[in-house]
Design a protein around this ligand. Structure first.
Ligand code: IMP
Ligand code: MG
Length: 334
């Protein structure tokens, strides 16, 4: 068995969907597995001229690859069926390709109502936190109990260990949210209710020795949506948010924007064992032509894109000498 894992190194919305789609196009994966989160996530993918936003369903389906909502996820059944409809009407064949692990926890209407009352965290109000709370309180309902999901249900162990030659299985793990929102590593309580690190992928049933590449995804500036104060002081950051169209894919909320934080990037790179990195949205900073980041207590300004990229590359090479870093300035290519 072999697995590549995609992790977001910041606060979500770094372009994981694009990288997942790219990797599906160049590797012969047998499975794409979402390993955390629920419909709080919004993955924007440009596919055959259509802009598609998926919340639950992994992008593998766009490439004809079996796509699994893994046991670490929580699921809103109505949203799931809505997404299948949207994919089908964009011409994407979903039949027999989309599966749900039997022990995925269900987001109920009650969870949605409770989450809608949140004022403290600034959640996406998708019932995510209450669903995980009930899971850990051992009060939750699982996908296996929902008759309307019967045709989609799989047993994760059977799927990975009893269905196909072990050696033939090649998985892409697609994460949701990001390191800065991780329940243990994020800025608690301004976090989501699941694990957003590489460990979370392993929890979905794959031995750690099988992991080949850990793809860490970041943006060349940072955005965050939620209640804490995150917006940087420089006025140009508003222009960057405009150019970068920084509005939530799930809620449409404007994303607070700040410069790249090298300390967070380094920490996330180390803890996830990132060996391939994509830094997205370089074109956005190019358009405003302003190059700045934070490192320790300092803000560093660079006179050119090249200088800033080299600085990032040097820092990352210090952490992982064999790391490959790709700077991307295109919304449908790396
Ligand atoms: P929740 O996951 O809906 O409970 O929200 C908790 C925090 O995570 C809030 O600050 C949300 O805005 C943020 N969040 C959750 N999912 C995403 C995502 O996919 N992208 C960006 N932020 C997210
Ligand atoms: Mg998103």
């Amino acid at each position: 068995m072999l697995a590549d894992v995609i992790v977001d190194l910041q606060y979500g919305d770094c372009g994981k969907g694009k990288v997942a789609s790219h990797l599906c196009g160049i590797n012969d994966y047998t499975h794409v597995i979402r390993y955390n989160g629920g419909c709080n996530a919004g993955h924007t993918i440009y596919h055959n001229g259509h802009k598609l936003v998926t919340h639950h369903i992994p992008c593998g389906v766009l490439h004809g690859v079996k796509s699994i909502i893994g046991p670490g996820c929580v699921l809103n059944v109505d949203q799931f069926f809505k997404e299948i409809e949207e994919l089908e009407s964009a011409g994407v064949k979903t039949k027999d390709l989309i599966k749900i692990a039997s022990n995925v926890h269900i987001i109920t209407d009650f969870h949605m109502i409770q989450d809608s009352k949140d004022t403290k965290i600034g959640t996406t109000k998708r019932g995510n936190g209450p669903a995980y709370r009930d899971k850990y309180d051992r009060k939750g309902m699982i996908a296996l109990e929902m008759p309307m999901l019967a045709e989609y249900i799989i047993d994760m162990y059977d799927e990975l260990y009893n269905n196909q030659e072990f050696d033939e299985i090649k998985i892409l793990f697609e994460g949701a949210q990001g390191f800065g929102l991780d329940i243990d590593w994020g800025d608690y309580p301004y976090v989501t209710s699941s694990h957003c690190t590489v460990g979370s992928a392993v929890l979905n049933g794959v031995p750690p020795q099988c992991i080949r590449d850990v793809w860490g995804i970041a943006k060349i500036y940072e955005t965050y949506v939620g209640s804490k104060n995150f917006q940087g002081v420089d006025a140009i950051l508003h222009e960057i948010a405009d150019v970068g169209q920084e509005f939530g894919a799930t809620t449409g909320r404007p994303r607070q924007t700040n410069w790249l934080d090298m300390d967070l990037l380094s920490k996330a790179t180390r803890i996830n064992g990132v060996n391939k990195m994509v830094i997205n949205k370089v074109d956005v900073l190019e358009e405003v032509d302003f190059w700045k980041l934070y490192e320790g207590p300092h803000a560093l300004e660079f006179s050119s894109k090249k200088d800033m990229q080299n600085h990032i590359l040097d820092t990352m090479k210090n952490i992982c000498p064999t790391i490959e870093v790709f700077f991307s300035g295109n919304k449908d290519k790396i």
